[in-house]
Design a protein around this ligand. Structure first.
Ligand code: PHE
Length: 453
């Protein structure tokens, strides 16, 4: 194994990496985005395709990114540059790192707006203003919030400041402790919500909606959105896992760790789906409501639950923390690059990236109100940003990573870095990375463009 040192230090243990990477993976992508995109694409078949993308494409890529990060021990751009030099004799593959860093900032900009919404809901639920609310009241509440640009701006600013502050002080501090507490409690709360919402609303219908697949209506857009959701949820294709891999101790095994994280992330998304569709289908809420789905279904669940104010507040607080640990994964690649390459202090780098994301985020929050008439390609400004980032840039970044790790990198190097020998596990990883990932991503791109039947 090549033993290099990262400039930012190392995780104290393998567990610290597992926690940080789980923190990056589990977030709004699982609880807010998965249910609403699944609902917009009719459930069933979408979910099965998503699961296939997670395990056939996401898992091998997760391993590849962690492996490349650790081997390079640098931010994603410099790691790809260095490894590209070593393996291919030119530095062309660094383009994967550039795409990743840019995509991270793009996602952060609107992620922070949505995380800001969860902030606002936590406060409203705690204040009891959604207690015993009817579906009509909840819809009115959501509309009112979306139509208040200054309120959205306030919460967006607050959330981003919170994230930037922590990144400025160094990633390892605090993250470990928070994730260690948040993840198990969030998981428990989700189970409670599934059981309660399932009993009170329509659990059977939710199961059927999520798993009863009708593939006859699947088109290129469904495939691309499912693929994009797999990338988004696992934090792949944008260098987060590479950046975290750079701080991974030399002796930590990558395959087992990756599998555990991918599995946890997927189970959390499915639980969130079960909870939200039980409520939606049982209360007449349209599953294709869009980005507001979670903000309708969850308050409705807590409105009449015994102890609903307490549980609802706790749930939304946990969600803020989960979003916060994800946002750190979005900022870290860009910050690490600015520190390593341009000599910025961590603080100034985090401030600069935060300011950029803040400005871009203003576009997103205005697209819900003042700019709601601006519509092109995928819809509103927010929908276009999200489509570009999740459905195009993340899979593109992932495609490049797979081509590099599977084809440009010598077998000897990946064998050396994984340290799992050349048995079945390695062979599976290598064949999936060489064939299944590139053909899968390219095939789905072609289908979405109408180039394949
Ligand atoms: N995976 C995170 C989520 O599901 C979002 C994210 C994407 C975080 C990319 C970091 C990098 O919420």
């Amino acid at each position: 194994m090549v033993r290099r040192q990262s400039l930012h230090g190392q995780w104290s243990s393998r567990l610290a990496f597992v926690l940080a990477a789980t923190g990056a993976a589990v977030g709004l992508g699982n609880i807010w985005r998965f249910p609403y995109v699944a609902g917009e694409h009719g459930g069933g078949a979408f979910v099965i395709i998503y699961l296939a993308c997670v395990f056939a494409i996401g898992l091998p890529l997760f391993m590849a990114e962690a492996m490349l990060g650790r081997r390079g021990r640098r931010n994603p751009i410099n790691a790809m540059q260095l490894l590209s030099q070593e393996e291919a004799g030119h530095s062309g593959w660094q383009v994967a790192g550039w795409i990743g860093v840019a995509t991270g900032i793009l996602i952060l900009s609107y992620y922070s707006v949505v995380a800001g919404l969860t902030f606002s809901y936590a406060i409203d639920i705690a204040a009891g203003s959604l207690n015993h609310a009817r579906p009509m009241d909840i819809t009115a509440h959501y509309r009112e919030l979306m139509n208040s640009p200054f309120e959205l701006l306030f919460w967006h600013t607050l959330f981003l400041a919170f994230a930037v502050f922590v990144v400025a002080r160094g990633v390892e501090q605090g993250l470990e402790r928070v994730v260690k507490f948040v993840m198990p409690v969030l998981f428990l709360m989700l189970v409670v919500v599934v059981v309660y919402a399932g009993a009170k609303f329509a659990f059977g219908q939710a199961v059927q909606y999520l798993f009863d697949a009708d593939f006859s209506r699947v088109d290129g857009d469904t495939l691309l959105t499912a693929l994009g959701q797999a990338f988004f949820s696992l934090s792949l294709g944008m260098g987060a896992i590479m950046a975290y891999g750079a701080y991974l101790p030399d002796d930590a095994s990558i395959p087992g760790t990756s599998f555990a994280i991918v599995l946890v992330d997927t189970v959390v998304a499915l639980l969130a789906g079960l909870a939200i569709f039980s409520v939606a289908l049982g209360s007449g809420l349209d599953p294709a409501t869009g980005p507001g789905l979670m903000f309708h279904a969850l308050p409705l669940t807590f409105a009449d639950m015994p102890g609903g104010v307490f549980f609802g507040t706790l749930f939304f607080l946990l969600l803020i923390l989960a979003a916060w640990s994800s946002s750190i994964g979005l900022i870290e690649p860009a910050v690490a690059r600015m520190v390593e390459r341009h000599g910025f202090s961590r603080r100034n780098a985090a401030l600069a990236i935060g300011a950029l994301a803040w400005l871009l985020g203003v576009l997103t929050l205005l697209s819900f109100n003042a700019f709601s008439g601006v519509r092109f390609l995928a819809g509103s400004l927010f929908e276009n940003l999200d489509y570009l980032a999740a459905n195009i840039l993340l899979p593109l970044g992932g495609l490049l990573v797979a081509l590099f790790a599977g084809w440009a990198m010598s077998k000897a190097s990946s064998v050396d870095e994984f340290e799992i020998g050349t048995g079945l596990r390695y062979t599976l990883w290598r064949s999936f990375t060489r064939f299944v990932v590139p053909l899968g991503v390219a095939g789905i791109f072609c289908r979405a463009l109408g180039w394949l039947p």
